[in-house]
Design a protein. Sequence first.
Length: 366
Amino acid sequence: MAITTPKYISELEPYQGGRPIKEVSRELGIPAGKIVKLASNENPLGVSPKVKSVIDASVNEIHRYPDGNGYYLKLAISKKFSLKPEQIILGNGSNDILELAARTVLSPGDEVIYSKHAFAVYEIVTKAIGAVGKKAIPEDNFGHNLNEFLKLISKKTKLIFIANPNNPTGNLIEKSKLLNFLSKVPKNILVVLDEAYDEYLSDDCKSQAFNWLSEYKNLMISRSFSKAHGLAGLRIGYGVGDERLINLINRVRQPFNVNYIAQVAAIESLRDDEFIKKSRSMNDEGKKQLEQVFREQKIQFIPSYGNFISFNLEDESKSMMYYQHLLKNGIIVRPISNYELPSFLRVSIGLRNENDAFIKHIRSFK
Ligand SMILES: Cc1ncc(COP(=O)(O)O)c(C=O)c1O
């Protein structure tokens, strides 16, 4: 007899990531060193040299289990952001945090609200539990429309996901709008504010949501070390919320969900503000470089607060032609039809020479 699964599992679409360099190299016969990957919003600078040296040294410890409670990393996060360690949960990437939050609060049939063009994982973690996703109609600029979120709230709503800045659209929600929204959401609904790209924001735009936690016990903030910190391959992120909520989420996670190397690397990375500053200014420069070519080519794009830009090529077939043309020339970008934006592609901002390669082949498209 065949194995059976709930219908909500067999109907799930797996997450589609950016294509790995080696896979494209094998398939197209292009040497891996000649391929430019601008498809997963990684930090093109790599990791800070200081972090690299602690990673090298940490290899001697990997025969031991890591500290399942991540004591020193929680301490480092709590000191940096004036939080209590008990308010923090560590995750195998912030993806883990999103999933743990969903598994902690949802039962089959419950409702979860997210924006129509929001990060794909919200839908996956919702459906994997048999809960029901409700997609809020976006603003005209594709960003989150929080009034539409409020309209979707029902007795069954248990969870709301908000990405700020959002991926793949790059929009940022103003603080006053977020606060107004939080004041209107019933307190039994968990609001997860996903701030994976916060480090890329200028000082005046940076999140202040940690300061809102004392008033909003139903708020949880997730952060990632995969983006500006350059640790995507180590898988590490964290969530911050009310101690009682964090205590509940802590019961659901794997005992050793964050590996040792990731923990020591993250501690060191939190100390290296210079590297984050450098990553941000390089990103700002690259963003200007790419925006300029989109304007020159009369390609519509969504102004982005992240380390990526989504741009509109009018229809799906043209966007696939651009995608294939770039790929053939060794440049991997990301189609985003799974985000209901089939005429768009998303490009991550790279090093100057990587952006130059992208620009050259955008210009050479016929
Ligand atoms: C908005 C957003 N949240 C969360 C993540 C998950 O990142 P990670 O699990 O690597 O921390 C991503 C990754 O692309 C993202 O774009």
